[in-house]
Design a protein around this ligand. Structure first.
Ligand code: AHR
Length: 496
């Protein structure tokens, strides 16, 4: 007997819109994330467009990435943007002290990043340097990027080949200022935020959406102080939470694990729900209208680096377990779409829970990639609440997590309803009955992501081992959607 879940999809009581930016990304100068992963340079034998590799770009374009955060992460607070403009061969080098102490040649800088965003068709989200930078430096970066005036920074940009300013909406004022971004107390950072933010101007019609550095995991005092002291001066407040099964530092293998570790990892991923609830409750006190967005600009699994990879490069494989982690996160984000305005998975290529892994000229799409691809239909959709009445538990050694996770949205353009469901249980199938309240669907079609083992992943020799397949296990019976999910699976359904 499969596990049995019953639920109601309340189409007549729509919730908030899922901001497209909930499906955002993050690319830091870390390991092979930028260099090799995205940027190979115009002279590379790897096919590229103005230095950005074509294969990776094409794969990422298929995800409809809405927004990309850069240049860090911890790197942002030691990055001096003027080192990354002008002729590449003249750009100064620096040591990337956080990530392997490798030499950073600054070949990928402001113009290259903005070109990447234009090629991807996504919005840039730039994180400025508070930790080791100056107010003047941040002020000038915003001017360089966005001003159309005859001003020193706009002229410098023109001299470097870009006449018109770019449009930059999302701007972060420091990263992890409680840690690698300066080890500040919230009271001190709140004042610093206000000072730096004052000089981040809106030039030439560009309107910045100002993002303050938020809490580490469950540091609720940080959120309280920031909202109290600077809530009025910000548009967004960040939150960082990584799925680290046994805590910091990362000790677990990305590919070699047993069922206990599978269960523990998924239960840690589900902790995101508690964090959002509790940080939101604090934000609600200071901002009951929910004007300030919660920006979860770093999330994802963090495992031990792959054996043999360069220390500090955070290169990890990605299995079906990561796919489940991603699906659970998206359902949580949807449920809190009234407050969560953006999230950015860490990180896009070759770092942590990546979409793409590369090896010289070769690349592969990870199981996480496929969840982003299957779920992209939720971007910009309106949440249709899914009430789980009977929800089976997945229990192991006295610990329990829900076996079924689900979410649904209605797309504005054509009214199509998309339902995604995940079965976390690695040994039991799950039968999900979803009563469709206020929805007269006639047809259902779908895709399924699963594999024979929990540890299944794609390799450069077998890059398509884990990928979605058509799903024939769903049907409509008298206004009820019935889906038979295999063990450890993610399903995306379209109702018409
Ligand atoms: O994503 C890797 C690192 O994790 C980021 O640089 C930092 O912000 C966080 O601690």
């Amino acid at each position: 007997m499969p596990l049995h879940a019953s639920a109601t999809l309340r189409a007549a009581s729509p919730g908030p819109v899922v901001n497209r930016n909930l499906y955002g990304h993050f690319a830091e100068h870390l390991g092979r994330g930028i260099y090799e992963g995205l940027w190979v340079g115009p002279d590379s034998p790897i096919p590229n467009t103005r230095g950005i590799r074509d294969d990776v770009l094409a794969a990422l374009k298929a995800l409809d990435i809405p927004v990309l955060r850069w240049p860090g992460g911890c790197f942002a607070d030691e990055y001096h943007w003027k080192d990354g403009i002008g002729p590449r061969e003249l750009r100064p080098r620096m040591i990337n002290t956080h990530w392997g102490s490798v030499v950073e040649n600054n070949h990928f800088g402001t113009h290259e990043f903005m070109d990447l965003c234009e090629q991807l068709g996504c919005e840039p989200y730039i994180c400025g340097n508070v930790g080791s930078g100056e107010v003047k430096e941040m002020m000038e970066w915003v001017e360089y990027l966005t001003s159309d005036a005859l001003s020193p920074m706009a002229d410098l940009r023109r001299k470097n080949g870009r006449d018109k300013p770019w449009r930059v909406r999302y701007f972060g004022v420091g990263n992890e200022s409680w840690g690698c971004g300066g080890s500040m107390r919230p009271e001190y950072y709140a004042d610093e935020y206000r000072r730096y933010n004052t000089f981040c101007k809106n030039y030439s019609g560009n309107q910045l959406y100002r993002i303050a550095c938020g809490a580490n995991v469950d540091d609720y005092r940080w959120t309280e102080v920031l909202m109290r002291e600077a809530g009025r001066n910000m548009d967004g407040l960040s939150l960082h939470y990584y799925t680290l099964p046994t805590g910091w530092p990362p000790k677990e293998s990305a590919t070699e694990f047993d069922e206990a570790m599978w269960h523990l990892t998924l239960s840690k991923a589900l902790h995101m729900e508690t964090l959002i609830r509790r940080h939101s409750a604090i934000m609600d006190v200071h901002d009951p209208e929910k004007r300030v967005g919660m920006i979860i600009d770093e999330w994802g699994t963090w495992f031990k680096q792959e054996p043999g990879s360069t220390p500090g490069f955070l290169y990890q494989q990605n299995t079906l377990r990561d796919a489940l982690v991603a699906a659970l996160h998206f359902h949580i984000f949807h449920r809190h779409a009234d407050r969560v305005a953006m999230t950015n998975i860490a990180q896009t290529v070759n770092v942590l829970q990546a979409m793409i892994l590369t090896d010289g000229p070769r690349m592969l799409r990870t199981p996480t990639y496929w969840v982003f691809e299957m779920f992209k239909v939720h971007q910009g959709g309106t949440v249709l609440p899914v009430d789980l009445h009977a929800s089976p538990a997945y229990e192991l050694d006295g610990a329990s997590i829900p076996a079924v996770s689900a979410g649904a949205t209605r797309r504005a353009v054509d009214g199509a309803v998309h339902v995604s469901v995940a079965n976390t249980h690695p040994r039991e199938a799950a039968r999900v009955e979803l009563r469709l309240d206020g929805l007269g669907a006639k047809r259902v079609s779908g895709r399924l992501l699963t594999a024979a083992t929990m540890q299944a992943h794609n390799t450069f020799d077998a890059p398509d081992a884990v990928q979605p397949a058509p799903f024939a296990g769903a049907k409509l019976v008298n206004g009820v959607l019935v889906a038979e999910l295999p063990p450890m699976s993610v399903v995306a359904l379209e109702l018409a």
